[in-house]
Design a protein around this ligand. Sequence first.
Ligand code: E4P
Length: 218
Amino acid sequence: MKFFIDTANLEQIQEAEALGILDGVTTNPSLMAKEGITGHDNIINHYKTICKNVSGDVSAEVIATDYEGMIEEGKALARLDHLIVVKIPMTRDGIKAIKYFSTEGIKTNCTLVFSVGQALLAAKAGATYVSPFIGRLDDITTDGLALIAEIRQVYDNYGYETQILAASIRHTMHIIDCAKLGADVITAPLNAIDGLFNHPLTDIGLAKFLADYKKGNS
Ligand code: E4P
């Protein structure tokens, strides 16, 4: 399973990259705004900076909502760096744009996916990644993880190559559950990834090993 970090925060991206387990980055306009990165030129420059700091795919979201606008913007984003994946919303025009980029060999991430039907359309259009938002479904008392399982089943039925990128991850157990369900990728905030490290028995065991070593060497 690939690990993407879901942030536009450069320090956190560098920290995750330094761990050696990072496969990519996802951003969206809200994550950019959270870091105070606003305005077209600043956002473009930030994408370039992120790409210089990682070696995996970097999702950059189009702002245009019409087909022609998405094509123009997506092409410009793809020219920024070979790591860029054009992130396109799940709409009619979005699906047409994903189909276009797929035939052009440009990677895409179909975002704002909340149903199996939408995921099926993304796969038919040739999206590289499909992003079901599990946390936002949980927020409205709908089982986000069940959607991951359903998309996995449908994609496996037909051998679709579109990778399931579980998004809107809120905590560490979401990551573990997505791994059990066969998501191809998770994108998560650093604190959720960090939670995977923790186990009290590891801390207790390490403290004991060190104490015993010191006894033998004092
Ligand atoms: C990533 O691609 C998504 O935009 C992101 O995971 C959404 O997360 P949120 O629901 O926490 O805003």
